[in-house]
Unconditional design. Structure first.
Length: 540
């Protein structure tokens, strides 16, 4: 059975976020640039679902309100209830016209009229009463939160609230209490019979007798263990064998500690309904991030994750991704809009798909060679693509345009789409976009005629391109006649070298060789590239 989970989140008048409404699917994977608002969403949800009232008053400030005359509101709707959960919310769960049960909970913080004091209220708006959630009700919601403000050392594992303590704290030792009590009694007996400890005890008793106002009787001072059978696990540690030697699990590297901590945290939170983690990839190598991503994606509970890791993003379904634009707008796919085929054709599983999610504008190009030439042209005209929020996406073939357009375009994540297409594919791209070919330039889709190899060969000159390819070892001098139909460099035709550079096995090598030659004067001749850069600069 699916556990209770978040279905919708609303936040308004928070100083670190614009007003947002989010549909939460199976999971929520939140991506965005630094300071976009990812952590703010988790923090607001923790205020609503995980904090005590004393923590709320201790942690929230008047400055959290974007507009001091309005209330800061966090609201969440939950669904999917087990029978025992329904019993805890007899008046709070509501049923809509379709017969679907849901639970609405709201946090409202506002400044009291005429006072410089924050008033905080948490309640169930559809319940018909104004009572606060009880401890049992909050526990039943089952929210758990691991913030990003953690180090990579032993505290992440073995600190007071560390993953190991959390994990061990959930162990039920009821059946072993009698045996543990006997073991502690035997341990205390050994302590009391130790001559060395007995001498220390007497010396300390004598010292305290002289120091304390009322003195101390010798028999009043005892030496015994500090734990009882019920909390004996406080003294338990895990060790990792390394051949014949064993080391404390907390004495591993920061990266390994972080991975172990995530594994322990995930195991300890198996009984939670909604688990939120801020930047789980902290301290982890990319290979370890992939292992962690698989760990997080499995399990029955709902995950709410803020991350910068492509490995984690690609492990989840695109429908679960919430992407912050540079302007702090939240983007989500319309549920069911992108098919499994589209996700495969759009290469969702590649690590390059995180950057486009957080861009203002995408430039779609057919392959690596096009990207190399376009980036060289950007540099030649001093166009700062990163500063303009522009991300270049390689399609891996022009035929993938339709899938990528549906994923990232106006019916997908809603990112601005531009691109550079060879002449033989312009009609197909126009058809996908539902426009006439003549309108493509107005939408930022520029055509390289006949292809990009034609453009850069004509701009640089065939003899210069040939010589550069020879210098780079892409074209062999003794094979000029066979490859480009010329006896020497001076007699090479534009058509011959275009065909050579455009062959699939040589496209990338040729582009890498000639890219350093491209200057601003060449860009002005490369019509498709020039018009695309002009379009991007206008939109900056």
């Amino acid at each position: 059975m699916i556990p209770m989970r978040l279905r919708h989140v609303h936040i308004e008048n928070y100083s670190r976020l614009p007003a947002i409404d989010l549909e939460i699917r199976r999971h929520a994977v939140i991506v965005g640039r630094n300071d976009a608002g990812k952590t703010s969403i988790l923090r607001c949800l923790n205020y609503l679902l995980g904090s005590t009232m004393s923590q709320l008053y201790g942690g929230m400030k008047i400055s959290d309100l974007a507009d001091p005359i309005r209330a800061f509101v966090v609201r969440a709707r939950l669904c999917d209830f087990a029978d025992e959960e329904r019993a805890l919310f007899p008046d709070e769960i509501s049923i809509d016209m379709a017969g679907e049960a849901s639970l609405l909970i709201e946090l409202r913080a506002e400044i009291l009229a005429g006072e410089d004091v924050l008033s905080i209220r948490r309640y169930f708006p559809e319940s018909g009463h104004a009572r606060q959630p009880t401890r049992d009700q909050l526990n039943a919601i089952g929210w758990r939160y691991l913030p990003a403000a953690r180090n990579g050392g032993k505290d992440i594992l073995d600190g007071r609230d560390g993953a190991l303590k959390t994990l061990l704290g959930g162990v039920d030792l009821t059946d072993e209490l009698d045996h543990l009590s006997e073991a502690i009694f035997e341990f205390d007996s050994v302590l009391s019979s130790s001559p060395a400890l007995e001498q220390l005890r007497r010396l300390l008793a004598q010292q305290l007798n002289e120091a304390l106002p009322d003195g101390l009787v010798d028999s009043d001072l005892e030496i015994r263990s500090v734990v009882s059978a019920g909390d004996l696990l406080r003294a338990v540690a895990f060790y990792v064998k390394d051949g014949v030697h064993s080391r404390l699990i907390t004495e591993q590297s920061d990266g390994l500690n972080a991975l172990i901590a995530m594994a322990c945290f995930d195991l300890a939170m198996a009984g939670a309904n909604v688990v939120a983690i801020d930047e789980p990839e902290t301290h982890l190598h990319p290979a370890s991030q992939r292992a962690l991503a698989s760990l997080l994606a499995k399990g029955g509970n709902q995950k709410v994750i803020a991350t910068h890791s492509p490995a984690i993003v690609q492990r989840f379904d695109p429908d679960d991704v919430i992407a912050f634009s540079p302007g702090k707008e939240c983007r989500q796919l319309a549920l069911g809009m992108v098919s499994a085929y589209d996700k495969t054709m759009a290469h969702w599983w590649t690590s390059s798909r995180l950057e486009p999610l957080t861009a203002k504008t995408l430039v779609l190009v057919e392959g690596v060679a096009d990207r190399v030439i376009l980036e060289a042209a950007f540099e030649a005209v001093h166009f700062n693509a990163d500063g303009a929020g522009v991300s270049i996406v390689e399609l891996g073939g022009a035929e993938s345009f339709s899938a990528v357009y549906r994923l990232f375009g106006p019916q997908g994540f809603g990112i601005g789409i531009t691109g550079l297409v060879d002449e033989d594919h312009e009609e197909n791209w126009a058809s996908v976009m539902g426009v006439d070919v003549s309108l493509l330039p107005d939408l930022g889709i520029m055509v390289a005629r006949a292809d990009l190899e034609h453009e850069y060969v004509d701009a640089l000159g065939p003899s210069i391109v040939v010589q550069k390819l020879i210098d780079a070892g892409v074209l062999l001098p003794d094979k000029l006649m066979r490859d480009v139909g010329a006896m020497d460099v001076a007699s090479v035709s534009s058509q011959g070298i275009r065909g050579f550079c455009g062959k699939s096995k040589r496209k990338v090598y040729s582009a890498l060789a000639v890219a350093p030659l491209i200057e601003e004067r060449h860009v002005s001749i490369m019509r498709g590239v020039r018009d695309l850069i002009g379009f991007l600069m206008k939109g900056r």
